[in-house]
Design a binder for this molecule. Structure first.
Ligand SMILES: Cc1cc2nc3c(=O)[nH]c(=O)nc-3n(C[C@H](O)[C@H](O)[C@H](O)COP(=O)(O)O)c2cc1C
Length: 260
């Protein structure tokens, strides 16, 4: 489908490539056509994604491919009723996975009982890099979707549903399918506040927020979504000021990850 705002912001830049165009045109897609996403396509996407760099070659991640309607329905429920999880043809769960590392430690009768923040971070970063690589690989085939952080609403329930062992948790999921919507691209904050050269400039970093609040407000209004005057700031304050998913540290500890 052709987006109403045409190709993305990056497309007109003098330096471009197929990959830059895929990234520059990207937007989250939450509505999917009936067109099938084949197993061969999923394999191609994941084999490409698995070339992502991985901390210390640990490969501390796994991916669970979900097509079963009942499982997706249950995952949607855990995610606060996100319908796109039910309606997407393929759902991928990106799992931080320390099981193989623990097995390596067992060579000297060791285990991961004393694992620390760094082990959990490495596995979570690995899973995230593979996830983003899969997202880009899928997009290059015309298959798009949205990432689902709401898997962390209830890591235990997700783990049980997907048969995950101790020392694993789903960092995020991903709905994939052929798009049946062409949403306008959501604007990003101005590069001058985000990209720094040689040294971080705190003034510039904060100065972009006011302009962005106005831009995001205009964006939401243009797509008929109500928003506050200070759109981004108000949203962030409302959604995240009250310690989101405050149970997460305990829940992940039960799954064998120590994020102390
Ligand atoms: C790790 C991660 C988790 C996300 N979780 C959700 C989610 O649970 N539900 C959802 O609808 N969108 C989710 N998103 C999508 C973001 O809301 C979206 O990327 C952001 O608003 C920017 O919009 P865009 O992707 O269209 O540019 C997630 C994105 C990321 C990176």
């Amino acid at each position: 489908m052709t987006p109403p705002d045409g190709p993305g912001q990056m497309t007109d830049h003098p330096i471009t490539s197929d990959t830059i165009r895929v990234l520059g045109d990207r937007r989250s897609i939450r509505s999917y056509s009936d067109k099938e996403v084949t197993d061969a396509q999923v394999t191609a996407i994941l084999e490409a994604a698995r070339r992502a760099p991985t901390s210390g070659n640990l490969q501390a991640y796994s991916v669970v491919v979900v097509r079963d309607a009942e499982t997706k329905e249950k995952l949607a429920k855990i995610s606060g009723g996100q319908k796109h999880i039910e309606t997407c043809p393929v759902f991928l769960a990106f799992v931080a996975d320390l099981t193989r590392i623990e097995k390596a430690f067992q060579r000297h009768d060791g285990n991961l009982d004393n694992n620390n923040l760094e082990m959990g971070l490495m596995a979570s970063i690995d899973a995230s890099l593979v996830g983003m690589a899969a997202y880009v690989a899928a997009d290059s085939l015309g298959i798009q979707g949205v990432m689902i952080g709401a898997m962390r609403n209830d890591p235990e329930a997700v783990a049980e549903l997907l048969g995950l062992p101790f020392r694993t948790y789903v960092v995020f999921g991903m709905c994939l399918g052929y798009p049946a919507e062409a949403p306008k691209q959501k604007p990003r904050m101005a590069a001058e506040g985000i990209i720094h050269y040689e040294r971080y400039d705190a003034d510039k970093a904060l100065a972009v927020v006011d302009t962005y609040n106005a831009e995001l407000k205009a964006h939401y209004e243009s797509v008929g979504k109500p928003t506050a005057d200070e759109s981004w700031s108000a949203d962030v304050d409302k959604k995240y000021a009250q310690r989101p998913r405050d149970h997460l540290r305990d829940a992940l500890k039960k799954r064998g990850f120590d994020f102390r």
